[in-house]
Ligand binder design. Sequence first.
Ligand code: IMP
Ligand code: MG
Length: 205
Amino acid sequence: MNKNLVNLISQAEIVRIVRRLAVEIDRDYQDRSLVLVGILKGSFIFLADLVREIESPIANIEFLRLSSYGSSTISSGEAKITMNLPPEARRKADLFEIAGKDIVVVEDIVDTGITTDTALRYLQNYQPASLKLCALLDKPARRQVPVKIDYLGSTVEDLFIVGYGIDFDQQYRQLPDIYYLEEENQDEIAEKANYPINQAITAKD
Ligand code: IMP
Ligand code: MG
C-alpha cells in the first residue's frame, strides 16, 4: 500500500505542529469562545487533534463540505458547497451560530485557494464577529486565488500529499504520517485526483 509514498512529515512532527497551532489560537482567543468550522473531508483528523490541544472554550464545531471544479477555459474557478451548515446555524438571527461569533475555519491544504476562499466568503455572509483560517498545509506555488492563512502548520512544495486525513482517490486518509506520492505516479495522480498541473481544479474535497 505504501510503496509509492514518500514520508514528508512524521507523526511526531505533526504533533508538534498541531500543538504550536493550538498555542497560537489560544493566545489570540484566550477566554473568548470560538466556533470551529472544519472543511470536509480532508480536515477531519487534523480538526480532531487540534480541538484536543485548544484550551480556549469552543462553543461549537461545524462542518462544510465543498467540491471545487473548473476547467482550463476558466481562469478562476469557484467551489460548490455540497454539505451545508445545518439550517439553525444559517439563520442569521439565531441565538447561536455564525453571526456575531469568532469563527476559525480549519482546512487541510490550501492549494489553488478556491475551496478556502469560497468557504470564507460563504461564512462572511453570516456576519461573524471575526473569521480566521487555520490550515495544516499551504502550497503557495499553486495559488490562483489569494488566501490569508492566519494559523499555518507548514508550507509544502508542489507535491501531491496524502495521509493524516488527506486522500488520493479517497485512499490513504488513515495514515498517521504525511506523505507525498512519487513522481512516477504523476499521470495517475492527474487523472484520479483531478490534479492537472497549471490548470483549473476539478472535483476534490
Ligand atoms: P484548492 O481549492 O485548490 O485550494 O483545494 C483545496 C482542497 O483540495 C484541499 O482541501 C484538499 O482537499 C485538496 N487538495 C489539494 N492539494 C491536495 C493534495 O496534494 N493531496 C490531496 N488533496 C489535495
Ligand atoms: Mg479539503
